[in-house]
Design a protein around this ligand. Structure first.
Ligand SMILES: [Zn+2]
Length: 287
């Protein structure tokens, strides 16, 4: 059964989605969302709901309202039970180290999310092959299989730079490989309008997205639920163990090199700003 506030929220959302609304009207929706949150709706659920509307203005207003409220709460560290430490497996391949990250502690400040634009149907094998083929080209980073397991070269520590971002910039810095780890997620990524990947296979697990935030419009193969869970776990784990790690430095390749790149785009269930918001929310609540 819907309560009155839920009813108002859903009705406003539908009307504004189809007919548009000015800033003042959007504030009504933001208020309704805020009340729902006060009544116990998870922030994540509200944001995901609003994310469907693909409206940046609205997302900003809702966030401003909710973040304002959140800042009045006590900050909370996660407990070790809050997430599963992702499984990271060494692959027997040689990688030349590029030294430590350009941060005070030498640890990574964030994570760049990529897709491999390759196959995902062969499980861990796809990831191991990617680690090997990247190493041959002098590239390296973490590679996640469709099962959510993470692979890397045996020679590369988590606090060692590897090339993955190319020419890139974020928050006033350039050459983002020197600041952030990279996570290549096994997935064909952008597809043509018939769902066909560049290597010819048709994927039915696709998502059509409009241009929004980092996302370029089009059809994308979806990351698996195991991959999305593992990505979230990885970020929460880094926040817990790596004091350098900053949520605002969890970024998409398509955010730090927007003219050249479209990963992760619509392969990830959320646009990158919403993804960071979810991590922030989980982190502050200690889920
Ligand atoms: Zn990439």
């Amino acid at each position: 059964m819907f309560t009155a506030v839920e009813g108002i929220f859903l009705l406003l959302k539908t009307i504004f989605k189809w007919f548009g609304a000015n800033d003042d009207k959007m504030k009504w929706l933001a208020k309704a969302a805020d009340e729902l949150h006060a009544k116990g709706w998870a922030r994540e659920k509200i944001i995901m709901d609003l994310d469907e509307m693909q409206n940046d203005r609205l997302e900003k207003q809702v966030r401003a309202l909710m973040v304002e409220k959140k800042s009045q709460l006590e900050p909370m560290r996660l407990s070790a039970q809050s997430y599963e430490v992702p499984e990271i497996i060494d692959v027997d391949v040689d990688m030349k180290t590029q030294g430590k990250y350009l941060t005070k502690s030498g640890n990574a400040r964030g994570l760049v999310v990529h897709y491999t634009a390759g196959r995902m149907e062969n499980g861990d094998k796809d990831a191991i092959n990617t680690v090997k083929s990247m190493a041959k080209r002098g590239l390296g980073c973490l590679v996640m299989s469709s099962t959510g397991k993470i692979f890397k070269s045996k020679d590369q520590g988590l606090n060692e730079v590897a090339w993955h971002a190319g020419k890139s910039s974020w928050k006033g810095k350039t050459g983002i490989s020197r600041y952030c780890m990279g996570m290549e997620i096994c997935c064909p990524g952008k597809l043509d309008e018939n769902g066909k990947a560049w290597f010819g296979t048709v994927y039915n697990n696709s998502r059509d997205v409009k241009a929004e935030a980092n996302r370029k419009a089009g059809k994308y193969a979806k990351f698996s639920p195991e991959q999305e869970k593992s990505l979230i776990d990885f970020c929460l784990w880094q926040l817990d163990v790596n004091p350098e790690f900053d949520i605002d430095w969890i970024c998409g390749h398509d955010e730090i090199a927007p003219a050249r790149k479209s990963d992760p785009g619509g392969s990830l269930n959320w646009a990158m700003p919403a993804f960071r918001w979810i991590i922030k929310d989980k982190f502050s609540k200690g889920i």
